[in-house]
Design a protein around this ligand. Structure first.
Ligand code: FES
Length: 161
């Protein structure tokens, strides 16, 4: 339980806000760090801590791309398919990336290393197509560059932007 494991951290976070509901985002992030993704149990705990309904917590978690409601790989790839990136081939790039990894949106590779999803603008339009790997930018992409990055991750076990 979050309230037991992170008692001090939760109290400190709640103390920053005049209303417990205002702390929902940092508490959600805490829950995600603990459970890997936002499970129904995690959502319930966050709702209890922030004195909100589970529906309210889910609506916030569902709105932001930094919260995950499904299991993800150790390296989560978020590919921008918004207009400027789409004009630079992001849809084809995303299809080729999924084919190379052998997974579809929301799935995790068999070795647990990679998961993918498409997202809206990452504010890197001038370097399209763009994606994030665990929230670090990776821009000016084509599928060959992405394959090299993926193989480097497989070899080293880490992503070096
Ligand atoms: S549209 Fe892709 S980063 Fe802005």
């Amino acid at each position: 339980m979050l309230v037991e494991k992170y008692k001090d951290r939760i109290e400190k976070t709640l103390g920053k806000y005049p209303d417990k509901r205002s702390a929902v985002m940092p508490v959600l992030y805490m829950a995600q760090q603990e459970y890997g993704h936002l499970t129904p149990q995690a959502m319930q705990e966050v709702a209890d801590i922030c004195e909100m309904s589970v529906t309210q917590v889910k609506s916030i978690a569902g709105f932001y791309t930094m919260y995950f409601e499904k299991p993800k790989g150790k390296f989560h790839l978020q590919v921008c398919t918004d207009l400027p990136c789409a004009l630079r081939g992001a849809d084809h790039f995303y299809a080729a990336l999924k084919a190379y990894l052998g997974i579809d949106e929301g799935e995790v590779t068999g070795d647990g290393l990679f998961s993918v999803e498409h997202v809206m603008c990452l504010a890197a339009c001038d370097q399209a197509p763009a994606m994030q790997i665990n929230f670090s930018y990776c821009t000016g992409l084509d599928i060959e560059k992405a394959k090299a990055i993926i193989e480097a991750i497989r070899t080293t076990g880490e992503y070096k932007p």
